[in-house]
Design a protein around this ligand. Structure first.
Ligand code: NAD
Ligand code: MG
Length: 394
């Protein structure tokens, strides 16, 4: 039986992953090793019972007693805290889903890569903050990383069987989010409630706000560069409001291969789960006749400054991605908490990058987890300082 672990099992990606495991036979088909979650103990325990997981881990130590009680009478071991999550990720498994949100997904992802097998990577933050580290760790342990972000899955599928040297460009599509057509003036006053209302995809709150600011696409630019090893100038972004073309790859002969599908993450998750084969999946079948038209336009980098910031990060490389990711997370928290405005998020990230690039913080060449976590810490502090100054302006 194939051994499976799911980190972030109770989130949007996690629940979709569990849904696919269930549809393919659940505990009858898979040997489920570890599941992790956060505050939703009831759901984590229910998933662990259904899939007969060896261990279930909540990120929060104070919830351990509750998890133990919820798992009473089952064969699943209860554990809690970041170290327990990383330990669970180091348990032998053939296929591991990395679907924790934020930089917290980095250590478990690395732990999973440390013992080989396949890592299905939804946690784009780990590629943005520590792409070279993730790839080295995978190579060192003969582990494989399969992309789960819909764009990167689309690119991966379009490149299937092609040599890297025949790839001329990669075009990432972006829905444009709920603020696609909002003028700059209106963006200034955008609220968190407005920002989480994504027109096409049903996702966690944080990635939904990132989609509205296009920080999500900015992260995906960096993720593309790191994952596929293409130079930044060969990666483009195209706004495509229908979210049906998930991305495109252009080849040296002028051919452009697109991947199309309904906006349902079970497409990309299922592809990673069944790779290198395809298996029957629950996606609604596209009726292009009913869709009628597909629109494309270039993004407006003035209203969405996150994209230019990502380009600067890609050019600078090294630990800039770690600083970018951490500063973005702090700014996002600030926006969600009502401390700063929507457009302040990009301003904060820019300030942090400027500050950290003016010193030596990002110049160190050794790329290990401790160094990444140290840069993450420094960038968060710099982000909080910058945020305090924004607040004081009012
Ligand atoms: P979510 O918020 O719905 O779920 C996050 C999961 O991580 C939950 O299980 C939560 O309990 C857990 N978690 C939260 N904080 C944690 C912490 N500090 N330590 C350990 N676990 C923690 O998020 P999501 O939308 O499922 O996204 C998960 C990841 O997948 C993110 O990196 C996101 O960028 C990426 N992704 C999501 C989508 C999508 O459609 N939702 C698409 C592409 C990529
Ligand atoms: Mg995506």
């Amino acid at each position: 039986m194939r051994r499976i672990s799911v980190f972030g099992a109770t989130g949007s990606i996690g629940v979709n992953t569990v849904d696919l495991l269930r549809r393919q036979g659940g505990a009858e088909t898979f040997d489920v090793v570890a599941l992790s979650g956060g505050r939703n103990i009831a759901l984590l325990a229910e998933q662990a019972r259904e899939l007969r997981a060896d261990i279930a881990v909540t990120a929060f130590p104070e919830l351990l007693a509750e998890l133990r009680a919820a798992l009473a009478g089952s064969d699943t071991l209860a554990a809690a805290g970041p170290a327990a999550i990383a330990e669970a990720a180091a348990r032998p498994s053939d296929w591991t889903m990395s679907a924790i949100v934020g930089a917290a997904g980095l250590a478990p992802g690395l732990a999973a890569l440390g013992r080989g097998g396949t890592l299905a990577l939804a946690n784009k933050e780990s590629m943005v903050a520590a792409g070279p580290l993730m790839l080295t760790e995978a190579a060192r342990n003969k582990a494989r990383i399969l992309p789960v972000d819909s764009e990167h899955s689309a690119i991966f599928q379009a490149m299937n069987g092609e040599e890297k040297r025949v790839v001329e460009r990669i075009i990432l599509t972006a829905s444009g989010g709920p603020f696609r057509d909002w003028p700059l003036e209106k963006l200034r006053d955008a609220t968190p409630a407005e920002a989480v209302r994504h027109p096409n995809w049903n996702m966690g709150a944080r990635i939904s706000v990132d989609s509205a600011s296009m920080f999500n696409k900015a992260m995906e630019l960096i993720e593309t560069k790191e994952f596929f090893g293409v130079p930044p100038e060969q990666i483009e972004v195209l706004v495509h409001p229908q979210s049906i073309v998930h991305s495109l790859v252009g080849f040296v002969d002028g051919a452009l291969l697109a991947h199309l599908g309904p906006p349902d993450m079970r497409g990309a998750i299922g592809y990673a789960l069944n790779w290198p084969r395809r298996s029957p999946g629950p996606l609604e079948r596209l009726d292009l006749g009913a869709v009628g038209r597909l629109d494309f336009s270039p993004p407006d980098e003035r209203r969405f400054p996150a994209l230019a910031l990502a380009r600067a990060v890609m050019r600078a490389g090294g630990l800039n991605g770690a600083a970018f990711n951490a500063a973005k997370e702090v700014a996002l928290d600030g926006f969600l908490a009502g401390k700063i405005g929507f457009l302040d998020m990009a301003g904060i990230v820019e300030t942090v990058l400027e500050k950290m690039n003016s010193g030596d913080d990002l110049k160190i060449t050794t790329f290990d987890l401790d160094r990444v976590l140290e840069v993450d810490r420094l960038a968060r502090q710099a982000g909080k300082d910058a945020m305090a100054r924004v607040k004081n302006r009012f």
